[in-house]
Design a protein around this ligand. Structure first.
Ligand code: CMC
Length: 392
């Protein structure tokens, strides 16, 4: 069968060529379609960033207006989809609802969403970006027993999400510019990250010819795990444990270093970044200025800073080149916005949706694309005989 090289966790294998996102892990560089993440975080709206990732360039005024129209027109869910919400148990995890609903969208969405031509694809992309947000907010409303809110056409993407999360039929939620700005930036920073676990999953599923919704739903499930998107929840749980006095930052780090417990320092470490994660640097500053602007304090931010300082000065983390990643400070921002903890990974998924769509398109557009089919090194038993049940 030829010689097969084992590359555990694909640490050294390029699985594809891609023109979407560039990372230099040594220098802490991240660019979407060539544009530095720092510029995008400062200046760009989430939707503009989504268009950049998916269509290759920042939109001009006409393209932006057309996509805005598509997003608005496709932001509501088919009435029948409410039956699905009603069928989930009250304590269902929002990630389970999100992945199931995105899969179900394939059955409910308009028939012209066949993604075969450019027009159909633009429609499907807009529909998915708009509806992921609507589903997330609706699952929260169902969970707390409040009426599901309709999207509004006059609000920005981030503001509309906050409206669907926190408004009531008789009371519109009023956000502040700081909150809308922070949420927009959070989404921009999460929009793509080349071949991470969930995006590779989307590409793999797409490579079999599966449709956009099926592929993205698979990405949501891959994101759910604690080592990936689930880390943003896990960081807050870790900081809360310390805050409640169950552990001090030093004791927590001792437990991590001990290795017997299998406890990790959540929000630290990255496969590619070896000196710093540029997203973490931006989010740390943003958490600070957002809390200041809102005149609130969060004890977890102080604990996070203390944990970071101790870890960076500690040989265990320094020698392994472990630094805060995107998930370390993002939860502080989400908490300040008022997003419930079990929705944190859903927020990551809303942000990552444009990236998943861009990668699905890159795979699907490539006429020479082979199906993703990794090899293995078999370590099971050699040939042995089948035994009748009485002899086992
Ligand atoms: N805490 C303690 N030790 C760690 C950590 C950590 N957070 N991360 C890596 N290490 C150790 C690891 O045990 C290994 O030690 P040794 O060489 O002695 O066996 C060494 O550092 C090298 O790490 P690795 O296992 O080769 O790292 P990886 O590239 O396989 O995994 C990671 C990357 C992000 C999954 C890992 O760093 C981790 O588990 N971090 C905590 C979870 C987390 O924050 N995830 C979010 C990642 S960023 C955004 C996203 O993708 O969602």
């Amino acid at each position: 069968t030829g010689l097969i090289t084992l590359d555990d966790g694909y640490a050294n294998t390029g699985s594809c060529t891609s023109a979407i996102t560039f990372i230099d892990g040594e220098k802490g560089i991240l660019r979407y379609r060539g544009i530095p993440i720092e510029d995008l975080a400062k200046n760009s709206s989430f939707i503009e960033t989504a268009e950049l990732l998916i269509f290759g360039d920042l939109p001009n005024a006409d393209e932006r207006a057309e996509f805005r129209y598509l997003l608005s027109e496709n932001s509501w869910l088919h009435r029948d989809m409410r039956n699905h919400f009603d069928a989930f148990p009250k304590n269902a995890h929002p990630m389970s609802i999100l992945s199931a609903m995105i899969s179900a969208l394939q059955s409910h969405d308009l028939p012209e969403h066949r993604f075969t031509d450019e027009k159909g694809f633009r429609l499907a992309a807009a529909s998915l970006i708009a509806k992921t947000r609507t589903i997330a907010a609706a699952s929260y409303k169902s969970h707390i027993g409040q009426p599901i809110m309709f999207p509004r056409y006059d609000l920005s993407y981030a503001e509309n999400f906050l409206h669907m999360m926190f408004s009531m039929p008789y009371r519109d939620f009023e956000t502040t510019p700081e909150v809308a700005h922070a949420l927009n930036m959070f989404l921009v920073l999460h929009a793509d990250h080349e071949q991470n676990c969930s995006t590779s999953t989307v590409r793999m599923v797409a490579s079999s010819g599966a449709n956009l919704y099926a592929s993205v739903s698979a990405g949501v499930n891959a994101l759910w795990g604690r080592l990936h998107g689930g880390a943003n929840m896990a960081v807050i749980e870790m900081l809360q444990q310390i805050h409640e006095g169950k552990l001090t930052p030093k004791k927590y780090l001792d437990l991590v270093k001990d290795r017997r417990s299998d406890i990790k320092l959540m929000g630290f470490g990255h496969r590619v970044y070896r000196n710093f994660d540029p997203r973490a640097v931006i989010l740390k500053d943003a958490a600070d200025s957002m809390l200041n602007a809102m005149h609130i304090t969060d004890p977890l931010l102080d604990i996070a800073r203390e944990v970071e300082q101790l870890a960076l000065a500690d040989d265990y983390f320094a020698s392994r080149r472990l630094y805060p990643n995107v998930d370390f400070y993002s939860g502080i921002i989400l908490r300040a916005i008022g997003i419930p903890l079990d929705m944190f990974t859903v927020m990551f998924a809303i942000g990552r949706t444009p990236g998943w769509i861009a990668h699905w398109k890159e795979v699907t557009d490539n006429a020479a694309q082979r199906i993703y089919r990794p090899r293995q090194i078999y370590v099971g038993p050699t040939e042995r005989a089948w035994l009748p049940r009485s002899e086992r």
